[in-house]
Write a protein that binds this ligand. Structure first.
Ligand code: ZN
Length: 337
């Protein structure tokens, strides 16, 4: 009975007794993890077994009907019908043609190139929620190189006011001492530089998230400031929407986009980074960002793949694995709910 509600994409012919052994579960995952053209994604055997073990809660080598209900409610349902949020990070004038124009950084990338693919996504994909983050600094912000003299340096800071250069990292006095990279003055609240680029489409019912508003702590991630003292409104908004998947892109790839993706994964979201909708500062750091996201079970895709994933027609095993690993950490409480 319980298996009647399994969608057509999951072929359950072999499960008439209501118990799934590992080979039957394999068939289920092969039906589940396919792209929109029906091509089956391969999954490493090790990871497949990890997932089976998460749902075989009593470790008897079978997923019994109660365990399957848990698997169905907390895993399959989300894979087939994810709740997706789109998070567009800091597509602001200063990063594109203003004081912190990223094309002047070592990777020499052009920030305006993200606008067209982001707009195309916004025009063609129906997200459950859309967020625009804005770097939003007060004039006396700690990250501005011209404010350096207004704070005391820690004795261990190798960079001092005599030898400081833009993009250097200094250590300010504090408890604990504060490591801070120094940037040109940028994204000052209510200035042209802090506005979203005029060509970026802003959709109805979207939300803006402001970060870096505390003068004494920088904020790369859209979730938290760099010291994790306060969170932005994003966490609460995502919970309110019951979001399961977060698509992240924007500026700069290896700074705010990367930090946001790492936090999204750490909080437990299925996280998708959009490569062709992001531009960065330093090529090596962009590479590092990609590796970190992939290592933590996030994925990196291009904008033309978003729609099928949001609609649940393209279902990636990496994201299924990520979700299963999240369930594993508090499986026993949730299983008994
Ligand atoms: Zn900033």
């Amino acid at each position: 009975m319980l298996l009647d509600s399994v969608p057509a994409c999951v072929d359950m012919q072999t499960t008439s007794d209501g118990f799934l052994d590992i080979e039957e579960f394999r068939l289920l995952t092969r039906a589940l993890f396919r792209n929109d053209k029906g091509k089956i994604y391969t999954m490493e055997e090790e990871k497949f077994k990890d997932i089976f073990n998460v749902f075989d809660v009593n470790s008897n080598g079978l997923i019994d009907p109660n365990e399957f209900i848990f698997c169905w409610n907390h895993w399959i349902k989300i894979i087939v019908r994810p709740i997706s949020a789109f998070l567009i990070v800091d597509v602001q004038n200063d990063f594109i043609s203003g004081t912190l124009n990223i094309s002047n950084c070592s990777a020499q990338q052009n920030g305006s190139e993200v606008i067209q693919p982001i707009n195309r996504i916004l025009e063609t994909v129906n997200f459950d929620a859309v967020f625009y983050s804005l770097d939003w600094h007060p004039s006396n912000h700690i990250s501005f190189i011209d404010n350096m003299s207004s704070r005391d340096l820690h004795p261990t800071s190798k960079v001092t006011s005599d030898n400081v250069q833009i993009y250097d990292t200094v250590i300010f006095n504090g408890n604990p001492p504060i490591r801070q990279r120094l940037w040109p003055r940028h994204c000052v609240q209510d200035t042209w530089g802090s506005e979203l680029h005029k060509d970026l489409k802003v959709v109805e019912n979207s939300l803006k998230v402001y970060k870096g508003t505390n003068p004494d702590v920088d904020s790369y991630s859209v979730f938290w400031d760099n010291k994790k003292m306060t969170d932005t409104t994003l966490c609460a908004q995502l919970r309110l929407k019951n979001a399961t998947d977060i698509y992240i892109c924007g500026l700069a790839y290896d700074v705010c986009v990367g930090a946001t993706a790492v936090d999204a994964l750490a909080i437990g979201y299925r996280t998708i980074l959009l490569d062709d909708c992001s531009r960065g500062v330093d090529l090596k750091d962009i590479e590092k960002t990609k590796n970190t996201v992939t290592k933590n079970n996030g994925i990196i895709i291009n904008s033309d793949q978003v729609k099928a994933m949001v609609e649940g027609r393209d279902r990636r095993p990496e994201l299924g694995y990520k979700l299963a690993m999240e369930l594993k950490t508090n499986r026993h409480e949730r299983y008994n709910e």
